[in-house]
Design a protein around this ligand. Structure first.
Ligand SMILES: [Fe+2]
Ligand SMILES: [Fe+2]
Length: 174
């Protein structure tokens, strides 16, 4: 049985993950419109991952005999300044999500809810991977600057991203 505080907090996090999915899908659409299909593909996989995160929490609430409560999902940004600014926003967003996961983890500790603890450990590690992948992409894009050829090489590498593992959230090498 979940305490009300934990249940409410996890329900909020389900929405945060669904918003993340929404945000990345919008970013994918932006890249599609620019014909940067590798970036679009990377963001689409990111959308799928975030949906999976939401469902992991959804299943957990149900497994603990709790009640999932869904909230409205905000509209994500539609237009962006540049491919570079999209990836920077994505990194900023992941940092925000990390702080939310950390808060949730702290709550589980405070409430001595050990099963939630164990579940959230996975999310804590996942956030390390999420930030690492985006940090690397942003660093590479900083190096590229306004070079169109560099952008196309990057597009190709991001297009190689595969769907399966969380650890594979980086660029093409996965
Ligand atoms: Fe997530
Ligand atoms: Fe994420």
């Amino acid at each position: 049985m979940l305490t009300d505080r934990i249940q409410d907090a996890i329900n909020r996090q389900i929405n945060n993950e669904l918003y993340s999915a929404h945000l990345y899908l919008s970013m994918s659409a932006y890249f599609e419109a620019l014909d940067l299909n590798g970036f679009a593909h990377w963001m689409r996989l990111q959308f799928e991952e975030e949906t999976a995160h939401a469902m992991k929490l959804f299943d957990y609430v149900n497994d603990r005999d709790g009640r999932v409560v869904l909230h409205a999902i905000d509209q994500p940004p539609i237009e962006f300044e540049s491919p570079h600014s999209v990836m920077r926003s994505a990194l900023e967003h992941e940092r925000l999500i990390t702080s939310m996961i950390n808060d949730l983890y702290a709550l589980a500790v405070a409430e001595r809810d050990y099963p939630s603890h164990v579940l959230l450990e996975w999310f804590v590690s996942e956030q390390v991977e999420e930030e690492k992948a985006l940090n690397e992409i942003v660093a590479h894009m900083d190096l590229i600057g306004n070079d169109g050829t560099g952008l196309l090489i990057m597009d190709q590498r991001l297009g190689d991203r595969t769907a399966d593992a969380d650890a594979e959230a980086g660029e093409g090498e996965a």
